[in-house]
Design a protein around this ligand. Structure first.
Ligand code: MRU
Length: 347
């Protein structure tokens, strides 16, 4: 598989090179980011998106935010770091990987407190690159565990994009599809379009097609018929935050797919790294769901599709209750219900 890394540093380590995912599938364009404000904008506008990729970009973003700091003391430097960190943390609320990566960078900073400012900057650079490297390794493991649950020739349904460009490697939900492709599994993948921003049709279909995987795009309201027609043997989705009891926030529409899957007796798998499991969030009710602007619904891609003066409600994520989830697949293994007990074993 041709691995695309959606957010990485340039060779001189003074800029972030970011795949602008808002332009896909029409244009594959990389942008250069230097300022913390531009990292914030890129996350907010979904130029970089998908929970693990947001975490990676945030790690680089906070490093770039303090790289040129002129602070003379640790306290001054820490204050500047905190400002950059808190600012980036305000970009999007739901994917826990954003906060996980920023907290990890802060922990490293505190650990290196006795070093010079220059050395601390080096350590922050190292930590941000480590987050990316680990992300690639976890994708591979998730893909292997995921594939162990599947058989050749299966029909698979996915929602949104939890692929290579949502991570730094094989992806999570799409990882087993890539690995299966390498082993000749010949999966037939159905990609939900994923309204309103079409991550399924714009990104998942693009990625899978580039890799030579058989992919069919359906509108979100077609999932039931393809399931009823027996075309789907398993549903694979990613996650933005998994609560301690297994309730899972993922792209809006995921919970509906899970409910349908249960009705039709189709296994519903959530795939994600342990950095997406938030043991401090007790249940899905405690997850902060991002609300996005109305324009994404009535004028998402340049054509007005509803009268702009009416009301709109645009939650970007929903929560799938744990009772609909067959298993949660992480880099540390496959977790089955009861999730409240079994997720604890991972930590
Ligand atoms: O709003 P997005 O595009 O960032 O939402 C992405 C998703 O919901 C993904 O399924 C999730 O982040 C997992 S990515 C491996």
């Amino acid at each position: 598989m041709n691995i695309i890394v959606p957010a990485k540093l340039n060779e001189k380590k003074d800029k972030m090179i970011l795949l602008d995912q808002t332009l896909l599938p029409i244009e594959t364009k990389y942008i250069e980011i230097v300022k913390v404000e531009d990292t914030w904008e890129a996350i907010k506008k979904l130029r970089v998106r998908g929970a693990p990729a947001i975490g990676v970009a945030a790690g680089f973003g906070v490093y770039l935010g303090v790289k040129e700091s002129m602070a003379k003391t640790y306290d001054e430097f820490f204050k500047e770091f905190k400002e950059a960190k808190d600012y980036l943390a305000s970009s999007r609320p739901t994917a826990v990987n954003l906060f996980w990566a920023l907290d990890r960078m802060e922990r490293r900073l505190i650990e290196e407190k006795d070093k010079s400012i220059l050395e601390i900057k080096e350590c922050l650079l190292e930590e941000s690159e480590e987050i990316l490297k680990e992300d690639q390794e976890m994708c591979k493991k998730i893909s292997e565990y995921g594939l162990s649950l599947l058989k050749p020739e299966m029909g698979l349904l996915t929602h949104c994009n939890a692929g290579g460009i949502a991570t730094s490697g094989y992806g999570t939900a799409l990882g087993p599809m890539y690995l299966g492709q390498e082993k000749g599994y010949n999966f037939k993948v159905f990609a939900d379009e994923t309204r309103p921003l079409n991550q399924g049709s714009r990104l998942t279909a693009w990625e899978l097609n580039e890799a030579g995987i058989d992919v069919t795009v359906i509108c979100d309201n077609m999932a039931s018929i393809v399931m009823k027609q027996g075309k789907i043997n398993a549903v694979l989705v990613g996650c933005d935050r998994v609560a301690a009891n297994g309730d899972t926030a993922n792209k809006i529409g995921t919970s509906g797919v899970a409910i349908l899957a249960k009705e039709y007796g189709i296994p519903f798998y959530v795939l994600g790294p342990t950095s997406t499991i938030d043991m401090d969030t007790t249940t899905g009710d405690d997850i902060n769901i991002e609300l996005r602007e109305s324009k994404e619904i009535y004028n998402g891609f340049g054509k007005v599709t509803a009268p702009p003066q009416v009301k709109f409600y645009n939650p970007a994520f929903d929560v799938t209750d744990n009772k609909y989830i067959t298993a949660i697949i992480t880099e540390k293994g496959i977790v089955e219900p009861p999730f409240e007990e079994n997720l604890k074993q991972l930590f």
